[in-house]
Design a protein around this ligand. Structure first.
Ligand code: ARG
Length: 438
């Protein structure tokens, strides 16, 4: 036998060497020895608090925390920051991203009348790409090599966050401790007790998974998973029960300029304030409760209970205004594109070029979506009752039976009907030839 250098690609070689890269499920997943400093997306809740300690222990890594304010009602971000520091974070940044969220994520969704599955206005889905982008920026600035988040392996949020990070920052690794640590809620609480992590509400806290921002609030899990059970009252924290809403209806004027809501009842407001105000008014009238059965991107079906008072009000008014200013062709065509827009946003493909192309279309249509819609709010319903726009394609003279001007002649209608139905009549005749249809 001669001492020939071995061909590294020979079959024997391939079988003999265990290549750790071959078992890496995704290129962006960080291996333990690659993790030195972690940017953790921190909410202050149980999962990410346990995680803050767990990463330091398991990876012997430093942790920098980031908390993003998207208008979660009632959150005290100074308390969240303090908690992160107590748990050993090198630093904890609190980023107020409400303006950007409203302008660059919620507004395009309004222009697209975005609803997934006919009921979910996407507040969580819209927030994730922004949170992920801020994580990337802070990770780079703070010298982190890895981003960690608190999503489980069963949901859409892991897809949105990891997909966005991998798109924007191929240099960063990602870890998702909840997917690997095999702790249930009980074990997490035990871990928290052992490590001096305060547990909000103790074991008695309602067992729901909550996510919220200025565009809505969701509850999942626990008793909600039982499809035989109607929603329990302890789920709802924002919207009052329709049966408890005032007996007196309230009228609300919602004014738009080029598709953007700009005033409520004649008072001009910035978008963040306007959405908060709309949520308040809607909540009082029980508007925006959605019991939603949803097809997740990862295949599972899930039941979500949504409280979306602002979205219910703004989208209802916006759709109504579009009906008034859009042509029959625009109005019939746009929903198909809206559906596609909502699906891409839901599915974590915010940076997909088609999503941006569709947004450009929505912007173009919305150039003329200016005017005011009055909604009647009453016991869980928001119903348009008044409409006006300088671009309205509505002319009571033409629509009524009065003498019409030069644009429309009733006398021409039979001629139109004859031509409009020509092919359908011919097809009917041909297909029924000899059948004696009389
Ligand atoms: N099902 C919704 C979605 O996929 C809401 C998710 C809420 N997230 C949460 N972590 N609770 O967007």
């Amino acid at each position: 036998m001669t001492d020939e250098p071995r061909d590294p690609k020979s079959h024997t070689e391939v079988h003999r060497v265990a290549d750790p890269e071959a078992t890496r499920v995704a290129g962006y997943l960080a291996q333990p020895d690659e993790v030195g400093r972690v940017l953790l997306l921190y909410s202050g809740g149980l999962d990410t608090s346990v995680m803050l300690k767990w990463i330091q222990e398991q990876y012997e890594a430093e942790v920098v925390a980031l908390t993003v304010n998207l208008g979660q009602p009632g959150e005290d971000f100074e308390v969240v920051r303090g908690k992160a520091m107590d748990l050993g974070a090198l630093d904890c940044f609190v980023e107020d991203a409400r303006e950007e969220f409203a302008r660059d994520y919620v507004l395009p969704a309004i222009k697209a009348n975005a609803l997934y599955g006919g009921g979910y206005p996407l507040f969580t889905a819209l927030g994730r790409p922004l949170i992920a982008r801020l994580a990337v920026e802070h990770a780079h600035r703070a010298g982190c090599d890895t981003i960690a988040h608190g999503c489980t392996g069963k949901g859409n949020d892991q897809v949105r966050i990891e997909g966005t990070v991998a798109t924007l920052a191929p240099d960063l690794g990602i870890i998702a401790p909840v997917r690997e640590w095999q702790m249930g809620r009980e074990e997490e609480i035990a871990y928290a007790r052992e490590h001096g992590i305060p547990v909000k509400g103790g074991t008695e806290a309602p067992p729901y998974s909550i996510d919220d921002n200025i565009w809505g609030r969701s509850s999942e899990g626990g008793p909600i998973e039982d499809l035989q059970e109607p929603p329990r009252d302890d789920v709802f924290e924002l919207v009052s029960r329709p049966e408890d809403a005032p007996d007196q209806a309230e009228h609300l004027d919602v004014e738009f300029e080029r598709g953007c809501p700009v005033a409520l009842n004649g008072e001009r407001l910035g978008l963040v304030d306007l959405l908060e105000r709309a949520a308040e008014i809607g909540s009082r009238h029980g508007v925006g409760i959605v019991d939603h059965l949803e097809d997740r991107i990862v295949g599972l079906k899930v039941r979500d209970l949504y409280e979306v008072p602002a979205a219910e009000i703004i989208l209802t008014a916006h759709k109504e205004l579009e009906k008034l200013v859009g042509t029959i062709h625009q109005n019939n065509f746009k929903p198909a594109l809206e559906n596609q827009w909502a699906f891409l946003a839901y599915a974590g493909l915010w940076h997909e070029p088609l999503r941006e192309d569709l947004s450009a279309f929505m912007d173009a249509v919305n150039e003329h979506v200016t005017g005011t819609i009055t909604l009647r709010l009453y016991k869980g319903r928001a119903t348009p009752v008044r409409r006006s726009s300088p671009f309205a394609l509505y002319d009571p003279e033409l629509a009524g039976f009065g003498e019409s001007g030069g644009l429309f002649s009733q006398a021409a209608s039979p001629g139109f009907i004859e031509l409009w139905t020509l092919q359908s009549r011919m097809a009917f005749g041909v297909r029924n030839r000899g059948k004696g249809t009389g």
